[in-house]
Design a protein around this ligand. Structure first.
Ligand SMILES: C[S@@+](CC[C@H](N)C(=O)[O-])C[C@H]1O[C@@H](n2cnc3c(N)ncnc32)[C@H](O)[C@@H]1O
Length: 305
């Protein structure tokens, strides 16, 4: 499966896990593909169903893709905007990043959101309690090289083409509204902020929200697939047993990258929890043998601490 990276980046992006998630997606998708926690859209854009409803509580993600769908944001417009703002960044350095951040926090322009997302520290999406974007600068004034701009333009072009050929809808709403309105023939893919881990995205994620997600998923008549974490070398996700244990489950190793550096990789055992049938063999994909080696090394290091 050829994977496409979306134009928006975020911590917790699931692009590399799509082939694994796909193994539990029912073959016959007669209803909608629904994501209550769309994030960057990486999963839906790679699954590419005919009909999708993509929701998130973060209005800036929704506004960005809505603008692409309505062709207010186009690949050529993105090239023009990033070439001009990239040149300003090169000339003025981090002062320009913070100027755009201030402007975004007043006017919420989706192109400024793209700029900040691609020039912010490690592609992180982080807001403060007042709802202001507060990710710091990546400290690379030369960020928007012609090759980097072309890469982003191609990512926008890919999503733009997809949205022009499929029936995708975007909505800013809480997961409860999205899930309780789903129909029986819909498939709901849930990727909430991971409980008991850093959840800076837009607003936090706590045990009340995890329980409330469990309650709506336990009652839904739709098929659902939930991504969560199972354990890492330090601790386990206690809600796997206390909440999610009654459903079908798959696990596998996965590296979360924080930025591009090979050093900043965290190995996690990912889980898929689902009320869909799991076919024999779905759990056989592991990223590389290198991961096992790294896990062993991390375990040895943690024993030494
Ligand atoms: C782990 S990210 C989703 C990542 C996504 N699957 C991807 O590949 O990019 C979780 C998302 O849930 C959203 N979120 C947090 N609380 C929410 C809520 N109560 N209702 C809906 N979305 C929420 C966050 O804004 C964030 O975009």
């Amino acid at each position: 499966m050829k994977l496409q990276a979306p134009p928006i980046k975020s911590q917790g992006i699931k692009t590399k896990l799509v082939p694994w998630i796909k193994t539990v997606v029912p073959n016959q998708l007669t209803g909608k593909w629904i994501e209550p926690f769309m994030g960057t859209g990486a999963v839906a854009f790679n699954i590419a169903p005919h009909h999708a409803l993509l929701c998130d509580i973060n209005p800036h993600l929704i506004n960005f893709y809505q603008a692409v769908a309505e062709q207010d944001i186009t690949p050529s417009g993105v090239r023009e905007y990033l070439s001009s703002e990239g040149a300003n960044l090169l000339k003025r350095g981090e002062a320009h990043y913070y100027h755009v951040r201030e402007r975004f926090n007043k006017k919420f322009n989706p192109l400024d959101f793209l700029f900040l997302n691609r020039a912010g520290f490690n592609g992180m999406i982080r807001f403060n309690r007042k709802g202001h974007f507060n990710t710091p600068f990546c400290k690379k004034p030369q960020r928007f090289s012609p090759a980097y701009i072309t890469k982003i333009v191609n990512q926008v072009a890919y999503v733009s083409h997809l949205l022009a050929t499929k029936k995708f809808k975007f909505k800013c709403q809480s997961f409860k509204d999205t899930i309780t309105r789903a129909n029986t023939d819909d498939v709901i893919y849930c990727d909430p902020p991971y409980i008991d881990r850093h959840a800076d995205y837009f607003n936090g994620w706590d045990v009340e929200q995890e329980k409330s997600l469990f309650n709506v998923l336990a009652k839904t008549n739709s098929q659902f697939i939930l991504s969560t974490w199972h354990h890492n070398q330090y601790r386990e996700n206690k809600y796997i047993k206390s909440l999610w244990g009654q459903f079908n489950m798959l696990t596998r190793e996965h590296f979360y990258h924080i930025g591009a550096s090979e050093k900043n990789r965290n190995l996690m055992i990912e889980a898929i929890v689902t009320n869909c049938e799991i076919q024999h063999g779905n759990n056989e994909t592991n990223e590389t043998d290198e991961m096992n080696e790294t896990l062993k090394q991390q375990e040895q290091t943690s024993l030494l601490i």
